[in-house]
Design a protein around this ligand. Sequence first.
Ligand code: CS2
Ligand code: MG
Length: 403
Amino acid sequence: MKIIKAEVIVCAPGRNFVTIKIETDQGIYGLGDATLNGRELAVATYLEKHLIPCLIGRDPFDSEDIWHYFYRGVYWRRGAVNMTAIGAIDMALWDIKGKALDVPVYKLLGGKSRQKLMAYTHAQGRDMEETIDKVAEKVAQGYQAVRVQSGVPGMKDIYGISNDKKSYEPAIIGQKPIEESWNTSKYLNYIPKLFSKVRETFSDDLHLLHDAHHRLTPIEAARLGKELEPFNLFWLEDTIPAELQEGFKLLRQHTSTPLAVGEIFNTIYDCQDLITNQLIDYIRMTIAHGGGITPMLKIASLAGLYHIKTGCHGPSDLSPINLAACLHFGTAINNFGIQEYMGYADLTMEVFKFSHDFKNGFFTMSEAPGLGIDMDFEKAKKHQYKQAYLPVNRLEDGTLHSW
Ligand code: CS2
Ligand code: MG
């Protein structure tokens, strides 16, 4: 089998998405998600100008060699743009292999390690009351795991909260990022009170998660982790900036709250020390930004040695193709932990066809060959890309802080 053509589809059904479509001489095509929120065109151009020309003529079954060809072979390594492009190609190759053999991808990765996959969703409110209502809504929908984010008294805008009550979309259309502001002390004073109320309101069995979005120093994170211990979180995510790996040692010594990190990592080298030193409990890298299914299997194997589980990043700013790839991966590995799932806009689902079933907080896999996804290419064309940026974040005195 040979790859005869590949194209990049940039479209915006509900929001911006970048997709690679790889076509073979046997009439089978594969799809891969290449969306990197706020930097979409960098990945699209890298694919079009540099990677696709080298793909033509290759056998899609040689996915391991193709991966190394684009990783080692280009000399320049790592980085979100590079790894997202490689990840999209790898995903599409596995999709082709599954379709060619008429099996779902998970069967090629190790088969069924579980019958269903637990997902967590997001509940967010502008204040404590609204947040509790939102958690109740998600519980009523059947979710057993809910990420809780809330507006903080005295702070105007905050990560994860939509001001207009619509679903949260952090990338704002425009020529420049909007600016948000932040006050760590107000946040740290409020979050334990919020979780105390949430735990008091809901059963002990409800899994609660929280994302600090890289905004704390190690000692601030240690305080938060410690103060949240009585409320028994499933995980506390991205407390300190993820590149500050030394900080995790300090944090880990202070708290038994489980820690999750990895949504901005893109290679095994970003998490190798965190895993081998047992400084985290969940690795949150995702298929699209982590370089594809091929390297993610290796990361899961390394993590499995240390009883660290996966919790793949799965926001609505990655397409349903990435979600499908995460589900195949999560089905096949032993150390699946949980899958993030925020749902998608209706427009998104009109373009992306997704065959896996979701009910009461759990996914079950369809038996469709490949990744079990497809795209309406004609409809996609109707929704044109518009430049959008993630916000930047400043402390109240104007100092630039992590968003
Ligand atoms: C996040 C994301 O899902 C998460 O945990 O931290 O919402 C993240 O902010 C976005 O994917 C950025 O594009
Ligand atoms: Mg996050």
